[in-house]
Write a protein that binds this ligand. Sequence first.
Ligand code: FAD
Length: 548
Amino acid sequence: MKIVVIGGVAAGASAATKARRVNENAEIIILEKGPYVSFANCGLPYYVGGDIKKKDNLLLVTPELFKKRFRIEVRLHHEVVAIDAKEKTITVQSPENSYKEQYDKLIIATGAEPVKPSLPGIDLPQVFTVSTVPDAESIVEHLAAGAQSAVVVGGGFIGLETAEALLQKGVNTTLIQRSQQLAKNFDVEFSRPLERHLQELGCKLVFGQSLSKIIGEEKVEAVELTDGRQLPTDLVIMAVGVRPRVQLAQIAGLQIGQSGGILVNAAMQTSDPFIYAAGDVVESLHLVSGRKVRIPLAGSANKQGRVAGANAAGGKLLFKGVLGTAIIKVGKLTIARTGLSEKEAQEAGKDYFVSYSPLNSHASYYPGAQGMIIKLVAENFTGRLLGAQIIGSLGVDKRIDVLATAIYAGLSVFDLENLDLAYAPPYGAAKDPVIMSGMIAANIVRGEIKQVTPQQLEELKKQAGIVVLDVRAREEFAKEAIEGAVNIPVDELRSRYEEIDPEKTILIYCRSGYRSYLASRFLQQKGYKVFNVSGGFLAYKMDVQVKK
Ligand code: FAD
């Protein structure tokens, strides 16, 4: 049997090596158009920023090792330009010639290519995408040669990570985002702390603009924004998204899915049973929304490649789907998500509620605890967990992974209340943030507490018959408070509650939602109509403490 793999990075390398483990007798060839296989795209920003010092550290498996350890032949600089599915052949363009190669099973792992809009000046040598090792090497060389300023276009994961890397190198960095929100696959409120932190790091932010042209004759001198403003710069980094490389699949007559990726079944088989596909080039089933989505991430690419490789070689593995679990570090902040955001839950027509929980990364009495805000999206009535987003500076990674596992297992917020998680003061809390966020959300489903979100508060407080009650201490209230709020500290509420008009609806908040929860329970039992502001003042401001 001859298995040919097109593309030799995350999905392709996983597919080829798994195929070998399943079938010792198969002939396995990887065709890669670039100069490297099995390189760590995810590490590129850290190479630019200097955290990864040597380029070689980005090269995970070399062609020599593929040969020696796996008996897999790697052909670099070999681009597949056509597939004839009927004849089971591909046409390959090598540096020397064009030739045909026969296959028994073909695996398409061509990934996604960075979008480079056609703009005047886009081909100047100081305009980059961050996609390959040569891209990163080139940026590093320009920095070493004295480039001092950069414009990063796009505030998604790659744009944010690259901006961070440039700031770390002392580059005068401006990030341009077409919309009003960074990290658009999060709910909008998660953009605010990111913006504040990037500004603290010295990044200039421009929202609501894109590039109309890049100015310069032989080298970049400036960019012009759509509003006509010109920003002088030495480098331009384009990070405006990726699109799946489906051209070969189209030539082969394979079915392309609604989302624009190659359509595959759970065995990673395309509409042609002899052709498999995996990674950024395919579309996947979203395990919560049930929709077909394209979420280009390394975890899925590796797992899908493994399944495709196994099955092409005669095995029987299935890839169930994705949750879009992702995490990114920007300076000292980490944001992470899994499942559906609120926006996505809305679009998917889910009957959901959200809750915000500002919590500490570990027991507050143990040194170094840092704040985080967990936003859960869960189904009304059943409490089934649909999604989670977290922002913080410590311990975000493990919480998002617990929540991703919970969503995968179909758990509800009631299950979160009961999780048995590891605890010692340096690591967590006796009621871990995941458990606490579950308790807070479960109280809502049980009807123990009624809540409004900070966004709903903004709308409601304009209406007649509403009192916004701040139950924090006087000093906290004096420092900063929600406009129009009245202050009765929680410890004075039992003696002063009659100051509040019982005809009014009360929206109660404190710093994080705990004292207001106590106040809500008290006032409810006194017959007041009360709503707790989810996540309190911290969630209202999306204020996340960043360690110094
Ligand atoms: P790729 O890794 O894109 O590999 C496809 C390969 O196919 C390429 O080498 C290409 O040259 C080759 N190819 C294409 N067409 C042909 C052809 N016709 N003939 C021969 N070869 C061809 N994901 C995360 O989960 N976490 C992260 O932190 C993260 N950070 C990232 C940072 C950066 C800067 C980038 C660029 C991506 C990051 N990703 C991250 C995404 C992740 O790298 C991708 O999801 C993953 O690499 C996809 O793997 P793939 O094998 O499908 O495609």
